[in-house]
Design a protein around this ligand. Sequence first.
Ligand SMILES: Cc1cc2nc3c(=O)[nH]c(=O)nc-3n(C[C@H](O)[C@H](O)[C@H](O)COP(=O)(O)OP(=O)(O)OC[C@H]3O[C@@H](n4cnc5c(N)ncnc54)[C@H](O)[C@@H]3O)c2cc1C
Length: 419
Amino acid sequence: MAGHTLANELVPNLQGDYRILLIDALDYSFWPIAALRAAVVPGWEEKIVLPLNTATVFPEGSIHQVIAPNKVVQLRPNSVILENPFEGSKEVPFFRAVLATGSIQPSPMRPSYDWTKEDYMQGLRKSQDELKRAKSVIIVGGGTVGVEFAGEVRALYPEKEITIVHNKSTVLSPDPLPISYISDGNGSLNTKEKIPNSWTSPPTHPKLSRYLMSYLEAGRIHLVLEDRLVIPDPDARNADSNDWDGSFGLQPTIKKLRTEKGQKIKGDYIFLAAGNKPNSSLVRNVDQDAVDKNGLIKVDNTLHVDSFVLGNENYYAIGDVNDAPGTKTAYLATVQAKSAATNLINEIQGKRLAPYNPGTFSGLFVPFGPDLGAGSITLPSLGTWTVGTTVVRKAKGQKLLLDRWGDAWMGKEKVTIIP
Ligand SMILES: Cc1cc2nc3c(=O)[nH]c(=O)nc-3n(C[C@H](O)[C@H](O)[C@H](O)COP(=O)(O)OP(=O)(O)OC[C@H]3O[C@@H](n4cnc5c(N)ncnc54)[C@H](O)[C@@H]3O)c2cc1C
């Protein structure tokens, strides 16, 4: 998402012989915002993938190119190494490189970076089919992904049993932040600051949790709170074949699962919604010091990668993979892409670099199926509001922002967004 936006921002502003090479492991783009519905509702798998190639991304007559499918496998200070050759060589030299490798999360949230489009769509169809056959669905994790998935299943299957196991006192993450994250950046405490520098699972508004809890209750979704599921090693042999073996998806029969506090739950479809990891191994492999304890690539205030080994000017990192202030959302990934594009042009023109500013707006809309949902909006100096179904259904729940995805495609070959 961030890489594509960056290319779009650069195209009209780059002058001279500078060429953009957009390298992606996949020759298709996917829309994670609708991935959960695509995992449940037949037909939606067709809507969330679009062809990623030079013709769909770049305008007629441009010198820029998409190199996909191809992976970057190694970073050097002034070049990257590809898995497969491009223009006769695996080594691609550059003026500046921008890392936008996102996060790692299991399918259906994201495809594996080795999958073809057909593999991903097949995986989504399998998940739709398995959910249709399942009697009792257990969701591990009650963050936005777990709650949204529960809503999708409930909307299509009003009678299936659904259980969410979540380690907090209510859904999402309304618990106060650890004190070490409440800082003004100068080492002194600032109790007004609610947003930590970078946090993949940000604190959410308690009222938003209460709103969503009311939908869960009305939808007869069973909640196991302040507890965790014990996930056995799938390779370990089980004495009782009715015990869950730790594998996810559809089980051959109803299985018995245990929580850390000793609760027993039964289900035959297990869905893991327990977070994601930054896809930062390319940097970690060359410079461990350039990656923080959460696995995020360290960047400075202009989004340049802070690395002695790679050089502090050569690389930018944008989107889910970096430790820039703000939450990990598509919205901020695009704000960062625009900031990096401005600074790339500034560098070429010898101008002063502008610091990245995430702004003070933040919004979190959680659909609960196409017709229900709740959200929160934070506006500068006005505070945080929660909104309910009417706003969330119209703004997001029905189309899952697919209508906005079309704006990203500026190539000479038009893509078709399926409504
Ligand atoms: C289920 C779900 C729902 C979400 N809902 C919302 C929402 O409602 N609103 C919102 O704002 N955000 C949402 N998000 C978050 C949003 O999708 C991410 O924040 C956003 O995609 C981050 O963009 P990115 O460019 O950093 O990473 P990505 O969009 O993940 O792109 C990373 C790209 O890097 C490529 N890549 C990775 N490694 C390599 C390599 N070695 N070589 C070449 N290419 C590589 C991948 O193929 C991929 O195309 C959601 C995420 C999920 C999973």
